[in-house]
Design a protein around this ligand. Sequence first.
Ligand SMILES: Cc1ncc(C[n+]2csc(CCOP(=O)(O)OP(=O)(O)O)c2C)c(N)n1
Length: 266
Amino acid sequence: MARRIRRHIIEMITAAKSGHPGGSLSAVELLVTLYFDHMKHDPQNPKWPDRDRIILSKGHACPVLYATMAEAGYTPIDQLNTLRKIGSMYQGHPDVRFLPALEASTGSLGLGLSLGAGMALAARLSKSPSRTFVILGDGESQEGQVWESAMFAPYHHIDNLVCIVDYNKIQLDGFVKDILDLEPLAAKWRSFGWHAIELDGHSIPALQSAFAESTYVKGRPTVIIANTIKGKGVSFMENNPKYHGTAPTEDECKKALAELADPIAA
Ligand SMILES: Cc1ncc(C[n+]2csc(CCOP(=O)(O)OP(=O)(O)O)c2C)c(N)n1
């Protein structure tokens, strides 16, 4: 499924001739594990009040969200290539006006964890078992509001909230450590009162056990620092800041799809 979603990402962004491949590819296993293994949700009933919620705070990486939601049965797969077209449900950043199954419109970085903390707190007040998952970028983590919500959630003991940092070490036009280093990142989250787990964000078994662990942590939220590779799965995009916001050419698309071919089908 992860490989399939990577192929969708490449095809969608190539068709749109613009978009963000690097940060979409780094987050594939995070979303696949949540949608296909961990979260309680129902694509036939997207507004089920007790559903688990996911907020892609790093909204520019929406191709991974759209491809995963389509494969999960929320939206049509055959329209993925309308990404970024006027009127498409697959807007350049997630927009609930066009895709009501989304939990929030995102893309203005820094806001998602506040939204998620509010949703998780609301669920608790409503005595709902719903849990909320927020996916945050590392460059995004330089935004001040991230740390306001990081302070808020443990203070209010919001233990049905899980924040996943897609720690791919690259932001818009360079490496995070050269622009505004986040280290020591896990220690920062722990000092704010979070239960912090560090893992390989491309390991589905590691993600499965971390999400399972988060359900047992009581009295405080969990943050998963997911070490990932920007552009993961496509050799010439991996760890290359150029592919933060550059669409593949037709030739690059062919090369990428060949690398992502399904070995079982081949
Ligand atoms: C408030 C705000 N400022 C700036 C931008 C422009 N912008 C889009 S993506 C990006 C870099 C994000 O880096 P990171 O969070 O590391 O994302 P990833 O590497 O996971 O794609 C920036 C600055 C934005 N979308 N929102």
